[in-house]
Every structure is written in C-alpha cells, then in structure tokens.
Design a protein around this ligand. Structure first.
Ligand code: PLP
Length: 425
C-alpha cells in the first residue's frame, strides 16, 4: 500500500463541490437557486463558435507559447482596449489562466506569496502546491474590501526574510466581491509595489466585464512589474474551451519567462489547437466584440444591481457591484440572531440557506476569511444567458433594459434575492 503521509494534501476546489451538490439536489427535484457557481451564462462570440467548428481538424500540437497569429491578436486587443503596451513575444497562451497563475508561482524556489482576503479560492492551494509561504493581507467591509497601501506596506515590513522576492496575486473586478479599484487607488498601491519590487500577477479575467466598461489595467501604472492574466473564460463565456493568456512585462526577467515556458512544455504542452484558432476570431477589435460585451455588461449590471438593492434593503452589508458577476454578502448585522440559532460560521450560513431556502452560495471561508466572519459569495448568473442576450440585442444597445427584463429573463435572480431577504427577516 502507498503510505498516505507521503502524498501531498490537495482536494477538489470547493467551488466545484458546491456546484455538484446543488446539481444533485436539482436532479432530485428540489427547486434550487444556483448562486454558487461562477460560470458565464453567455455563449462565446458567434465568430469564434463558427471558427471552432471549422478548425476541429487541427489536431496537431503547436508552439508551447501559443500560435503566433493568436499572440499577435491578443497583444493588439489588450493594447487597444486596455491602453497598454505588450508585444506578441511576451504573450503566453495556455489551457486557462489558472494554470498560468500556477506556472508563475511555481517558477519560484522561494518567495513570499501575498494574497488579499478575500480572494479567489485557487490562489492559496496553488501556493501550497508550490510549497511557498502565504501572507494574507486583510481588508474590511468599510473599506469596500479594498487593499490599502498601508496594509501592503505593513506586510512588506513585517517579513522575516526581506531578501525573498514577493509575488502577489491581485484581482479586480474581484471574485468574490465584484468590486474594482479606481485609478487613484491603483496609483497609490503601485508606489508600494515599486518600493518593494513586487511581482504582481494582476488577474484581470473580469476586466472586460467591468459593468461600465471602465476597467483600468494595473499594467498602465506598473508596467515593469505586472503580469496580467486573462482569457476567454469569463468575457467570452468559454470556460470549458480552456484558453487563458498571460501578458508579460516588456522587460520581463528572461529566466522567469523561460521557466514558465519550461513548466508549460513539461506539463500541458499547449492550449488546444482548434480553440487557439477560434480565439483569434474572439480577439478581433471592432464593433462585433464591443456590442457583444456591451450587452453582457448591461444584463449583468441590471441583475447585480437588483440583488444588491434587495439585499441591502433587507439589512445585509453589501456593496454595489462594479464588474463580473459576484457579490460578497456580509451577514454581520445579523450575528446575534444567527448565533442564537447555532449559526456561527460562513459555512453554517450556506448550509442553512441551502437546506431552508434552496439557495446555494459559497462560504466566505473558502476565500480566505476566518470561519467566524459571516460572509458568503453570491453569483447572480442563474439565468439563461442565450435568451437574455437575444432579448437585449433585439432591444438595441441605446436604451437601458426595461424593469421587467429580469422577471422575464432572469426570474431566479429575483426569486433567489427574495429568499435570502426572507431568510434574514
Ligand atoms: C478570479 C479568477 N481567476 C481565474 C479564474 C480561472 O480562469 P480560467 O478559466 O482562465 O482558468 C477564475 C475562474 O473562476 C476566476 O474567478
């Protein structure tokens, strides 16, 4: 028998587990509102779908870094829409941005990995797999869950070994909070990044889903130390296609780039070739993609604002969403009532809401919050994105969507919000 103490500790991501649990309950006939899993409800852009159908016979392996035509298109697209300056030579294509984030972290023999609380579930396990120590940077509801430069500076100063490099994963619009950073906030943080020579992995996978199309890339402020990661999973609704991109700084340390490509060549080899060809179509600057994104943003804005309004009126601490499709709910105002019912952790809240109201969410604890911080993550995309997109397109882009749009196309968003509001009553 294998000795299990020699096997690394790692388990299936908890986001996937809750998805599985709510799917099982739905299959058993329970009426479940699926606010747990953060998958885009929209189809990929039509030009990419068509292209993928035509490219299935491209069964060959291609360059580890990604096919050149795609890297050119990705660089041009981000340079245009994010107003940054990346060369195709410094674009890396991979089967998802998750593995790219891991490759960057795993490129280091030794480094302090800085993560903001809250942040996406996979960063910390990735650092653990790479055997690198994690430092958590705290935020709070009053500061809109934003990292303050003073908190970053404090963590830099308190390190035991000041020679060790710092690799930080920074994500906005955020999963789980749905919030972004202003230009001023980015500039202030950049001063600290620069002072401590921090390598920042700026996870901007929801950047094009900023609800007002106002995303500002960190690479504009800190071009020399930022690796932007993104891909087709969120803005292009193609999570299962597995296509992620990393945009490396112009003067990236060559050894880091080589190591990342080395990790790629010894593990995944390349992103799926037909998907890379299809992605060239997705990364075309112009009216098609702008309209495709504008409709998504408008629908997400309407849905997110509805949930925010309903739940803040019910007394839950929640900030108005700015991008992506998540909200972090803070049940702190209900701590006494909840505690008196034996609900003491974020996990308890999720279990109670799933069993009493049939609403699935994720506990804040998986995003780095302490167990007894009463937060959950709500994902407001439990609707038919294809029908919603079609209706939005039929209405034209000029006007805001009418009030009754949600009743018709996103009824679970309304129903789920009501159930949560009802529960806290
Ligand atoms: C913040 C964040 N980063 C990265 C990813 C992973 O994206 P990909 O599908 O490109 O691996 C996700 C997916 O949920 C995410 O929410």
């Amino acid at each position: 028998m294998l000795k299990k103490e020699y096997i690394k500790q790692s388990q299936e991501s908890e986001t996937l587990l809750i998805h599985e649990l709510s799917r099982l309950k739905s299959n058993q006939g329970e009426d479940i509102i699926r606010f747990g899993f953060g998958q885009s409800p929209f189809l990929p852009i039509q030009s990419a779908i068509n292209s993928l159908k035509d490219r299935v016979e491209h069964k060959e392996y291609v360059s580890v870094q990604g096919i050149e035509e795609l890297r050119e298109a990705v660089a041009a697209f981000h340079n245009h829409y994010d107003q940054i300056n990346i060369s195709a030579d410094n674009v890396l294509i991979a089967p998802g941005s998750k593995i790219l984030i891991y490759s960057i972290i795993a490129s280091f023999d030794d480094a302090d990995v800085f993560l903001v609380t809250p942040s996406w579930v996979s960063y910390e396990p990735q650092a653990n797999l790479a055997k690198l120590p994690v430092t958590r940077l705290q935020t709070n509801f009053e500061n809109r869950w934003r990292l303050l430069p003073s908190e970053l500076e404090r963590a830099c100063e308190q390190r035991e070994n000041k020679d060790r490099p710092i690799v930080m994963v920074f994500n906005y619009p955020g999963n789980p909070d749905g919030l972004t950073y202003t230009s001023e906030e980015l500039a202030a943080l950049t001063a600290v990044f620069r002072k401590y020579n921090i390598l920042v992995i700026s996870d901007e996978i929801y950047g094009f889903l900023n609800h007002k199309s106002e995303h500002v890339s960190l690479a504009r402020y800190y071009p020399e130390g930022t690796i932007v990661t993104s891909g087709l999973s969120k803005w292009c609704g193609a999570g299962g296609w597995r296509l992620g991109v990393a945009l490396l700084p112009t003067r990236i340390e060559e050894k880091l780039k080589k190591t990342m490509i080395g990790i790629a060549s010894e593990t995944y080899s390349c992103a799926p070739t037909p998907v890379q060809y299809a992605a060239i179509e997705a990364y075309q600057i112009g009216d098609d993609v702008e309209s495709y994104l504008a409709h998504q943003r408008r629908i997400l804005r309407l849905a997110g604002n509805y949930v925010w309004k309903t739940l803040s009126q019910a007394g839950i601490n929640v900030h108005k969403p700015e991008g992506g499709f998540y909200l972090t709910l803070d049940f702190e105002p209900f701590r006494h009532v909840l505690n008196s019912k034996g609900i003491k952790t974020s996990k308890d809240i999720c279990e109670a809401l799933l069993s009493e109201k049939g609403v699935a969410m994720l506990p804040g604890s998986v995003f780095g919050y302490d167990q007894d911080i009463l937060t959950t993550r709500l994902c407001y995309v439990d609707f038919n994105g294809v029908a919603a997109m079609k209706a939005s397109e039929d209405l034209g882009q000029e006007k805001e969507l009418p009030e009754n749009f949600l009743q018709t196309y996103c009824p679970n968003v309304i129903e789920g919000s009501k159930r949560i509001a009802d529960w806290v009553k």
